[in-house]
Design a protein around this ligand. Sequence first.
Ligand code: TYD
Ligand code: MG
Length: 461
Amino acid sequence: MARERRSYVCQACGAVQPRWTGRCDSCGAWNSITEEIVRSRGGSSRRPADPLPLVSLDGEVAPPARMVTGVEEFDRVLGGGIVHGSAILIGGDPGIGKSTLMLQVAAGLARAGRRGIYVSGEESIAQIQLRARRLELEGAPLELASATVVEDVLAALERGDPPALLVIDSIQTMASAGIEAAPGTVSQIRTAADLLIRFAKRHGTALFLIGHVTKDGQIAGPRVLEHMVDTVLYFEGERGHRYRLLRAIKNRFGPANELGVFEMREAGLRPVANPSELFVGDRRKRVPGSCVFAGMEGSRPVLVEIQALVAPSILATPRRAVVGWDGNRLAMVLAVLETRCGLVTAGRDIYLNVAGGLRVQEPAADLAVAAALISSLENRPLPPDSVVFGEIGLAGEVRAVGWAEARLREARKLGFRRAIVPPLETCPEGMERQEVHRLNELVAFLAVRGDARPGARAAAE
Ligand code: TYD
Ligand code: MG
Protein backbone atom coordinates (compact mmCIF):
# COMPACT_ATOMS: atom_id res chain seq x y z
CA MET A 1 0.00 0.00 0.00
CA ALA A 2 1.29 3.43 -0.87
CA ARG A 3 1.92 5.74 2.04
CA GLU A 4 1.70 9.48 1.85
CA ARG A 5 4.07 11.77 3.66
CA ARG A 6 3.82 15.53 3.68
CA SER A 7 6.87 17.61 4.10
CA TYR A 8 7.46 21.33 4.06
CA VAL A 9 10.54 22.12 2.06
CA CYS A 10 12.28 25.46 1.64
CA GLN A 11 12.81 26.02 -2.09
CA ALA A 12 15.75 28.28 -1.40
CA CYS A 13 17.94 26.07 0.77
CA GLY A 14 16.29 22.65 0.74
CA ALA A 15 15.71 22.52 4.51
CA VAL A 16 12.71 20.46 5.64
CA GLN A 17 10.50 22.16 8.23
CA PRO A 18 8.04 20.35 10.52
CA ARG A 19 5.18 22.68 9.50
CA TRP A 20 4.46 25.47 7.09
CA THR A 21 5.94 28.80 8.09
CA GLY A 22 6.23 32.11 6.32
CA ARG A 23 9.96 32.24 6.82
CA CYS A 24 12.52 29.46 6.60
CA ASP A 25 14.26 28.88 9.95
CA SER A 26 17.42 27.73 8.21
CA CYS A 27 18.14 30.37 5.61
CA GLY A 28 15.73 33.13 6.55
CA ALA A 29 14.08 33.30 3.12
CA TRP A 30 10.47 34.50 3.12
CA ASN A 31 7.63 32.64 1.41
CA SER A 32 9.91 29.88 0.26
CA ILE A 33 8.27 26.91 2.01
CA THR A 34 6.21 24.60 -0.19
CA GLU A 35 4.19 21.60 0.86
CA GLU A 36 5.41 18.51 -0.92
CA ILE A 37 3.69 15.14 -0.83
CA VAL A 38 5.87 12.09 -1.12
CA ARG A 39 4.25 8.76 -1.80
CA SER A 40 6.34 5.84 -0.81
CA ARG A 41 5.56 2.30 -1.81
CA GLY A 42 4.07 0.16 0.90
CA GLY A 43 5.66 -2.85 2.51
CA SER A 44 8.28 -3.07 5.12
CA SER A 45 11.65 -1.73 4.11
CA ARG A 46 13.33 -3.56 6.96
CA ARG A 47 15.54 -6.45 6.15
CA PRO A 48 18.03 -8.34 8.28
CA ALA A 49 21.28 -6.37 8.42
CA ASP A 50 24.38 -7.74 6.67
CA PRO A 51 27.54 -6.95 8.61
CA LEU A 52 29.73 -4.70 6.45
CA PRO A 53 33.18 -5.94 5.56
CA LEU A 54 35.78 -3.47 6.88
CA VAL A 55 39.02 -3.06 4.96
CA SER A 56 42.35 -1.29 5.38
CA LEU A 57 43.46 1.93 3.69
CA ASP A 58 46.20 0.44 1.56
CA GLY A 59 44.57 -1.31 -1.35
CA GLU A 60 45.42 -1.60 -5.01
CA VAL A 61 43.57 1.24 -6.67
CA ALA A 62 43.52 1.83 -10.38
CA PRO A 63 42.99 5.42 -11.50
CA PRO A 64 39.39 5.92 -12.66
CA ALA A 65 38.78 5.12 -16.33
CA ARG A 66 38.04 8.22 -18.38
CA MET A 67 36.51 9.07 -21.72
CA VAL A 68 38.39 11.75 -23.55
CA THR A 69 35.92 13.95 -25.38
CA GLY A 70 38.41 15.69 -27.63
CA VAL A 71 37.15 19.08 -26.49
CA GLU A 72 40.38 19.82 -24.64
CA GLU A 73 39.14 22.68 -22.49
CA PHE A 74 36.30 20.46 -21.31
CA ASP A 75 38.54 17.47 -20.62
CA ARG A 76 40.99 19.56 -18.65
CA VAL A 77 38.34 21.03 -16.37
CA LEU A 78 37.21 17.50 -15.53
CA GLY A 79 40.76 16.41 -14.78
CA GLY A 80 41.55 14.65 -18.07
CA GLY A 81 38.23 13.41 -19.42
CA ILE A 82 34.88 12.18 -18.16
CA VAL A 83 35.04 9.46 -15.51
CA HIS A 84 32.81 6.50 -16.32
CA GLY A 85 29.83 6.27 -14.03
CA SER A 86 30.33 9.74 -12.57
CA ALA A 87 27.54 12.25 -12.02
CA ILE A 88 28.26 15.80 -13.04
CA LEU A 89 26.14 18.86 -12.43
CA ILE A 90 26.64 21.69 -14.86
CA GLY A 91 25.10 24.95 -13.74
CA GLY A 92 24.85 28.36 -15.32
CA ASP A 93 22.58 31.24 -16.22
CA PRO A 94 19.89 30.60 -18.80
CA GLY A 95 21.16 31.30 -22.31
CA ILE A 96 24.84 31.05 -21.43
CA GLY A 97 25.39 28.00 -23.64
CA LYS A 98 24.98 24.91 -21.44
CA SER A 99 22.82 23.05 -23.96
CA THR A 100 25.17 23.98 -26.78
CA LEU A 101 28.22 22.76 -24.84
CA MET A 102 26.65 19.46 -23.84
CA LEU A 103 25.31 18.82 -27.34
CA GLN A 104 28.79 19.37 -28.75
CA VAL A 105 30.41 17.09 -26.18
CA ALA A 106 27.78 14.34 -26.50
CA ALA A 107 27.79 14.43 -30.30
CA GLY A 108 31.59 14.35 -30.30
CA LEU A 109 31.61 11.22 -28.14
CA ALA A 110 28.88 9.63 -30.26
CA ARG A 111 31.01 10.24 -33.34
CA ALA A 112 33.88 8.52 -31.59
CA GLY A 113 31.70 5.43 -31.24
CA ARG A 114 30.30 5.83 -27.72
CA ARG A 115 26.59 5.48 -27.14
CA GLY A 116 25.22 8.82 -26.02
CA ILE A 117 21.69 9.86 -25.11
CA TYR A 118 20.51 13.45 -24.83
CA VAL A 119 17.22 13.96 -23.03
CA SER A 120 15.69 17.39 -23.13
CA GLY A 121 12.76 18.48 -21.03
CA GLU A 122 13.05 22.04 -22.27
CA GLU A 123 13.21 21.83 -26.02
CA SER A 124 11.45 19.77 -28.64
CA ILE A 125 13.34 17.23 -30.72
CA ALA A 126 13.03 19.57 -33.71
CA GLN A 127 14.70 22.40 -31.80
CA ILE A 128 17.62 20.20 -30.82
CA GLN A 129 17.95 18.95 -34.38
CA LEU A 130 17.99 22.53 -35.59
CA ARG A 131 20.76 23.37 -33.16
CA ALA A 132 22.70 20.28 -34.23
CA ARG A 133 22.47 21.48 -37.82
CA ARG A 134 23.77 24.88 -36.82
CA LEU A 135 26.69 23.19 -35.07
CA GLU A 136 27.22 20.91 -38.06
CA LEU A 137 26.73 17.88 -35.87
CA GLU A 138 23.60 16.47 -37.49
CA GLY A 139 25.51 13.41 -38.75
CA ALA A 140 26.57 12.28 -35.27
CA PRO A 141 24.85 9.09 -34.06
CA LEU A 142 23.57 10.71 -30.87
CA GLU A 143 20.17 9.53 -29.63
CA LEU A 144 17.65 12.20 -28.65
CA ALA A 145 14.53 12.19 -26.55
CA SER A 146 12.18 14.82 -25.26
CA ALA A 147 10.81 13.85 -21.86
CA THR A 148 10.01 15.19 -18.43
CA VAL A 149 9.16 12.03 -16.47
CA VAL A 150 12.23 10.28 -15.02
CA GLU A 151 10.59 6.87 -14.99
CA ASP A 152 10.03 7.17 -18.78
CA VAL A 153 13.67 8.06 -19.25
CA LEU A 154 14.81 5.14 -17.11
CA ALA A 155 12.54 2.74 -18.97
CA ALA A 156 14.02 3.88 -22.27
CA LEU A 157 17.52 3.45 -20.86
CA GLU A 158 16.86 -0.14 -19.83
CA ARG A 159 16.49 -1.01 -23.50
CA GLY A 160 19.72 -1.83 -25.30
CA ASP A 161 23.23 -1.39 -23.98
CA PRO A 162 23.57 1.20 -21.26
CA PRO A 163 24.87 4.44 -22.78
CA ALA A 164 28.35 5.71 -22.03
CA LEU A 165 26.94 9.21 -21.67
CA LEU A 166 23.56 10.55 -20.63
CA VAL A 167 22.72 14.25 -20.69
CA ILE A 168 19.65 15.54 -18.86
CA ASP A 169 18.70 19.04 -19.98
CA SER A 170 17.65 20.26 -17.46
CA ILE A 171 17.22 18.56 -14.09
CA GLN A 172 14.64 21.20 -13.14
CA THR A 173 12.26 19.97 -15.81
CA MET A 174 12.44 16.34 -14.70
CA ALA A 175 9.86 14.94 -12.32
CA SER A 176 9.27 11.56 -10.79
CA ALA A 177 5.81 10.03 -11.06
CA GLY A 178 6.23 8.80 -7.47
CA ILE A 179 6.06 12.31 -6.05
CA GLU A 180 3.22 14.75 -6.18
CA ALA A 181 5.20 17.97 -5.89
CA ALA A 182 5.50 20.20 -8.95
CA PRO A 183 8.53 19.83 -11.23
CA GLY A 184 11.38 22.06 -10.17
CA THR A 185 10.66 21.77 -6.44
CA VAL A 186 13.38 20.51 -4.16
CA SER A 187 11.82 17.06 -3.59
CA GLN A 188 11.32 16.54 -7.31
CA ILE A 189 14.83 17.58 -8.21
CA ARG A 190 16.29 15.47 -5.44
CA THR A 191 14.27 12.39 -6.32
CA ALA A 192 14.80 12.70 -10.07
CA ALA A 193 18.53 13.22 -9.62
CA ASP A 194 18.73 10.32 -7.16
CA LEU A 195 17.04 7.90 -9.59
CA LEU A 196 19.25 8.98 -12.47
CA ILE A 197 22.45 8.87 -10.42
CA ARG A 198 21.65 5.37 -9.24
CA PHE A 199 21.17 4.26 -12.81
CA ALA A 200 24.46 5.91 -13.80
CA LYS A 201 26.43 4.28 -10.98
CA ARG A 202 24.92 0.87 -11.66
CA HIS A 203 25.67 0.93 -15.38
CA GLY A 204 28.87 2.96 -15.54
CA THR A 205 27.11 5.71 -17.48
CA ALA A 206 28.52 9.21 -17.17
CA LEU A 207 25.59 11.43 -16.25
CA PHE A 208 25.42 15.16 -16.92
CA LEU A 209 22.68 17.09 -15.17
CA ILE A 210 22.19 20.58 -16.53
CA GLY A 211 20.85 23.03 -13.95
CA HIS A 212 19.81 26.64 -14.20
CA VAL A 213 21.22 29.06 -11.72
CA THR A 214 18.95 31.42 -9.87
CA LYS A 215 19.68 35.13 -9.66
CA ASP A 216 21.65 34.88 -6.43
CA GLY A 217 24.02 32.43 -8.05
CA GLN A 218 22.76 29.17 -6.65
CA ILE A 219 21.68 26.24 -8.72
CA ALA A 220 17.92 26.22 -8.28
CA GLY A 221 16.79 23.25 -6.31
CA PRO A 222 19.98 24.40 -4.80
CA ARG A 223 22.80 22.80 -2.91
CA VAL A 224 20.74 19.61 -2.58
CA LEU A 225 22.28 18.48 -5.84
CA GLU A 226 25.77 19.71 -5.19
CA HIS A 227 26.48 17.06 -2.59
CA MET A 228 24.75 14.27 -4.52
CA VAL A 229 27.01 14.52 -7.55
CA ASP A 230 30.72 13.85 -7.98
CA THR A 231 31.52 17.02 -9.85
CA VAL A 232 30.00 20.47 -10.02
CA LEU A 233 30.81 22.64 -13.02
CA TYR A 234 29.71 26.21 -13.59
CA PHE A 235 29.44 27.67 -17.04
CA GLU A 236 29.67 31.42 -16.84
CA GLY A 237 30.37 34.53 -18.82
CA GLU A 238 29.36 38.14 -19.14
CA ARG A 239 26.49 38.97 -21.42
CA GLY A 240 27.82 40.94 -24.35
CA HIS A 241 31.14 39.08 -24.21
CA ARG A 242 31.75 36.12 -26.42
CA TYR A 243 33.87 34.31 -23.87
CA ARG A 244 32.51 31.56 -21.72
CA LEU A 245 34.31 30.09 -18.75
CA LEU A 246 33.82 26.56 -17.48
CA ARG A 247 34.87 26.14 -13.88
CA ALA A 248 35.05 23.06 -11.67
CA ILE A 249 33.72 24.05 -8.25
CA LYS A 250 33.90 20.55 -6.85
CA ASN A 251 35.54 17.52 -8.36
CA ARG A 252 35.91 14.13 -6.70
CA PHE A 253 38.09 12.93 -9.57
CA GLY A 254 40.33 15.87 -10.26
CA PRO A 255 41.41 19.34 -9.26
CA ALA A 256 38.75 21.88 -8.37
CA ASN A 257 38.99 25.49 -9.55
CA GLU A 258 40.24 24.41 -12.95
CA LEU A 259 39.22 26.76 -15.74
CA GLY A 260 38.26 26.06 -19.34
CA VAL A 261 37.79 28.89 -21.80
CA PHE A 262 35.46 28.89 -24.79
CA GLU A 263 34.38 31.39 -27.35
CA MET A 264 30.72 31.45 -28.45
CA ARG A 265 30.65 31.64 -32.22
CA GLU A 266 27.92 31.49 -34.83
CA ALA A 267 28.58 27.77 -35.16
CA GLY A 268 28.89 26.86 -31.51
CA LEU A 269 31.52 26.93 -28.81
CA ARG A 270 35.17 26.89 -29.75
CA PRO A 271 37.76 25.95 -27.13
CA VAL A 272 40.35 28.67 -26.58
CA ALA A 273 43.69 26.99 -26.01
CA ASN A 274 45.58 30.11 -25.03
CA PRO A 275 43.29 32.32 -22.96
CA SER A 276 46.05 34.78 -22.06
CA GLU A 277 46.10 36.07 -25.63
CA LEU A 278 42.41 36.66 -25.32
CA PHE A 279 42.44 38.64 -22.11
CA VAL A 280 45.50 40.71 -22.80
CA GLY A 281 44.35 42.67 -25.85
CA ASP A 282 46.71 44.67 -28.03
CA ARG A 283 49.87 45.42 -26.10
CA ARG A 284 51.47 47.62 -28.72
CA LYS A 285 49.16 50.45 -27.77
CA ARG A 286 50.44 51.49 -24.39
CA VAL A 287 47.85 53.44 -22.51
CA PRO A 288 48.04 54.93 -19.04
CA GLY A 289 45.90 52.95 -16.62
CA SER A 290 46.41 49.60 -18.29
CA CYS A 291 48.35 46.84 -16.60
CA VAL A 292 48.84 43.15 -17.34
CA PHE A 293 48.27 40.92 -14.33
CA ALA A 294 49.90 37.49 -14.32
CA GLY A 295 47.14 35.54 -12.61
CA MET A 296 46.30 31.92 -11.89
CA GLU A 297 43.05 30.13 -12.59
CA GLY A 298 43.24 26.82 -10.77
CA SER A 299 46.58 25.39 -11.77
CA ARG A 300 46.69 27.38 -14.96
CA PRO A 301 48.44 30.71 -15.41
CA VAL A 302 46.31 33.29 -17.21
CA LEU A 303 47.40 36.80 -18.11
CA VAL A 304 44.69 39.42 -17.82
CA GLU A 305 44.61 43.09 -18.62
CA ILE A 306 43.43 45.28 -15.76
CA GLN A 307 42.29 48.77 -16.70
CA ALA A 308 41.84 51.71 -14.37
CA LEU A 309 40.52 55.17 -15.07
CA VAL A 310 40.87 57.89 -12.47
CA ALA A 311 38.89 60.96 -13.50
CA PRO A 312 37.90 64.21 -11.75
CA SER A 313 34.46 63.89 -10.21
CA ILE A 314 31.63 66.36 -10.00
CA LEU A 315 29.80 64.21 -7.48
CA ALA A 316 29.76 64.79 -3.74
CA THR A 317 30.48 61.08 -3.31
CA PRO A 318 32.76 60.08 -6.18
CA ARG A 319 31.96 56.93 -8.08
CA ARG A 320 33.79 53.69 -7.54
CA ALA A 321 32.79 51.31 -10.32
CA VAL A 322 34.37 47.86 -10.50
CA VAL A 323 33.83 45.17 -13.13
CA GLY A 324 35.47 41.78 -12.66
CA TRP A 325 37.08 42.45 -9.30
CA ASP A 326 36.06 42.90 -5.68
CA GLY A 327 34.90 46.42 -4.74
CA ASN A 328 36.03 46.00 -1.12
CA ARG A 329 39.47 45.00 -2.25
CA LEU A 330 39.62 48.16 -4.41
CA ALA A 331 38.66 50.28 -1.40
CA MET A 332 41.50 48.66 0.55
CA VAL A 333 44.10 49.27 -2.16
CA LEU A 334 42.96 52.91 -2.42
CA ALA A 335 43.18 53.36 1.34
CA VAL A 336 46.72 51.94 1.41
CA LEU A 337 47.74 54.14 -1.55
CA GLU A 338 46.43 57.16 0.26
CA THR A 339 47.69 56.42 3.78
CA ARG A 340 51.05 54.82 3.03
CA CYS A 341 51.99 56.50 -0.24
CA GLY A 342 50.23 59.86 -0.06
CA LEU A 343 48.33 59.37 -3.31
CA VAL A 344 45.04 61.19 -2.85
CA THR A 345 42.05 59.94 -4.79
CA ALA A 346 39.35 61.85 -2.95
CA GLY A 347 37.27 63.94 -5.34
CA ARG A 348 37.94 61.57 -8.24
CA ASP A 349 35.82 58.92 -9.86
CA ILE A 350 37.51 55.55 -10.17
CA TYR A 351 36.62 52.90 -12.72
CA LEU A 352 38.28 49.52 -12.66
CA ASN A 353 37.72 46.90 -15.32
CA VAL A 354 39.07 43.43 -15.96
CA ALA A 355 39.18 43.13 -19.74
CA GLY A 356 37.51 40.28 -21.59
CA GLY A 357 34.83 39.49 -19.01
CA LEU A 358 36.98 37.47 -16.63
CA ARG A 359 36.38 37.71 -12.88
CA VAL A 360 39.61 37.91 -10.93
CA GLN A 361 39.43 36.61 -7.39
CA GLU A 362 43.03 36.36 -6.29
CA PRO A 363 44.56 38.79 -3.78
CA ALA A 364 47.64 38.53 -6.02
CA ALA A 365 45.94 41.07 -8.29
CA ASP A 366 46.33 43.82 -5.65
CA LEU A 367 49.66 45.05 -6.99
CA ALA A 368 48.44 45.03 -10.59
CA VAL A 369 45.37 47.04 -9.60
CA ALA A 370 47.58 49.50 -7.71
CA ALA A 371 49.87 49.80 -10.74
CA ALA A 372 46.92 50.49 -13.05
CA LEU A 373 45.58 53.11 -10.63
CA ILE A 374 48.94 54.85 -10.22
CA SER A 375 49.50 54.74 -13.97
CA SER A 376 46.14 56.39 -14.65
CA LEU A 377 46.60 58.93 -11.87
CA GLU A 378 50.08 59.89 -13.12
CA ASN A 379 48.97 59.61 -16.74
CA ARG A 380 51.98 57.47 -17.60
CA PRO A 381 51.88 54.06 -19.21
CA LEU A 382 53.61 51.16 -17.48
CA PRO A 383 56.97 50.03 -18.88
CA PRO A 384 56.48 48.07 -22.10
CA ASP A 385 56.18 44.30 -21.95
CA SER A 386 55.72 44.16 -18.21
CA VAL A 387 53.50 42.02 -16.03
CA VAL A 388 52.59 42.61 -12.40
CA PHE A 389 51.47 40.49 -9.45
CA GLY A 390 51.67 40.60 -5.66
CA GLU A 391 49.46 40.96 -2.63
CA ILE A 392 49.28 44.23 -0.70
CA GLY A 393 49.06 44.32 3.09
CA LEU A 394 47.45 47.09 5.11
CA ALA A 395 50.85 48.34 6.27
CA GLY A 396 51.75 48.98 2.63
CA GLU A 397 53.98 45.92 2.33
CA VAL A 398 54.00 43.84 -0.83
CA ARG A 399 53.71 40.15 -0.13
CA ALA A 400 54.81 37.11 -2.04
CA VAL A 401 52.10 34.98 -3.65
CA GLY A 402 52.02 31.35 -4.76
CA TRP A 403 52.86 30.03 -8.23
CA ALA A 404 55.31 32.87 -9.00
CA GLU A 405 57.39 30.69 -11.29
CA ALA A 406 54.38 29.50 -13.32
CA ARG A 407 53.09 33.05 -13.70
CA LEU A 408 56.44 34.30 -14.94
CA ARG A 409 56.91 31.42 -17.34
CA GLU A 410 53.53 32.09 -18.92
CA ALA A 411 54.38 35.78 -19.24
CA ARG A 412 57.74 34.92 -20.80
CA LYS A 413 56.04 32.57 -23.25
CA LEU A 414 53.78 35.39 -24.42
CA GLY A 415 56.63 37.77 -25.02
CA PHE A 416 56.71 39.74 -21.78
CA ARG A 417 60.18 40.70 -20.61
CA ARG A 418 59.75 42.43 -17.30
CA ALA A 419 57.96 41.61 -14.06
CA ILE A 420 57.01 44.01 -11.28
CA VAL A 421 56.76 41.64 -8.35
CA PRO A 422 57.36 41.02 -4.65
CA PRO A 423 60.83 39.65 -3.80
CA LEU A 424 61.29 36.35 -5.63
CA GLU A 425 63.59 33.40 -5.12
CA THR A 426 64.04 32.63 -8.78
CA CYS A 427 63.15 34.22 -12.06
CA PRO A 428 63.04 32.52 -15.47
CA GLU A 429 65.77 33.39 -17.91
CA GLY A 430 65.01 36.35 -20.14
CA MET A 431 62.73 37.90 -17.56
CA GLU A 432 63.89 41.05 -15.84
CA ARG A 433 62.45 41.60 -12.41
CA GLN A 434 61.64 44.81 -10.66
CA GLU A 435 61.16 43.83 -7.05
CA VAL A 436 59.03 45.97 -4.80
CA HIS A 437 58.99 45.41 -1.05
CA ARG A 438 56.62 48.24 -0.26
CA LEU A 439 53.90 49.92 -2.24
CA ASN A 440 55.62 53.31 -2.17
CA GLU A 441 58.52 51.77 -4.10
CA LEU A 442 56.05 51.02 -6.87
CA VAL A 443 54.75 54.58 -6.77
CA ALA A 444 58.32 55.93 -6.97
CA PHE A 445 59.24 53.53 -9.76
CA LEU A 446 56.21 54.34 -11.91
CA ALA A 447 56.44 58.08 -11.30
CA VAL A 448 60.15 58.64 -11.97
CA ARG A 449 60.63 56.04 -14.64
CA GLY A 450 61.84 57.16 -18.04
CA ASP A 451 60.77 54.77 -20.78
CA ALA A 452 64.32 53.74 -21.66
CA ARG A 453 65.36 53.18 -18.08
CA PRO A 454 66.58 49.63 -17.51
CA GLY A 455 64.65 47.81 -14.83
CA ALA A 456 66.94 48.52 -11.93
CA ARG A 457 66.11 46.76 -8.74
CA ALA A 458 64.39 48.98 -6.27
CA ALA A 459 66.43 49.35 -3.14
CA ALA A 460 65.14 47.52 -0.13
CA GLU A 461 64.25 49.71 2.77
P1 TYD B 1 22.03 27.62 -25.05
O1 TYD B 1 22.99 26.49 -25.22
O2 TYD B 1 20.64 27.38 -25.48
O3 TYD B 1 22.04 28.14 -23.55
P2 TYD B 1 21.50 27.43 -22.20
O4 TYD B 1 21.26 25.99 -22.49
O5 TYD B 1 22.59 27.66 -21.20
O6 TYD B 1 20.26 28.14 -21.82
O7 TYD B 1 22.69 28.85 -25.81
C1 TYD B 1 21.93 29.92 -26.10
C2 TYD B 1 22.69 31.08 -26.67
O8 TYD B 1 23.84 30.77 -27.42
C3 TYD B 1 21.75 31.76 -27.61
O9 TYD B 1 21.56 33.06 -27.13
C4 TYD B 1 22.40 31.74 -28.95
C5 TYD B 1 23.81 31.42 -28.67
N1 TYD B 1 24.39 30.51 -29.70
C6 TYD B 1 25.40 30.97 -30.52
O10 TYD B 1 25.81 32.12 -30.47
N2 TYD B 1 25.94 30.12 -31.44
C7 TYD B 1 25.53 28.83 -31.56
O11 TYD B 1 26.05 28.09 -32.40
C8 TYD B 1 24.47 28.38 -30.69
C9 TYD B 1 23.95 26.98 -30.80
C10 TYD B 1 23.94 29.24 -29.78
MG1 MG C 1 19.40 25.04 -22.55
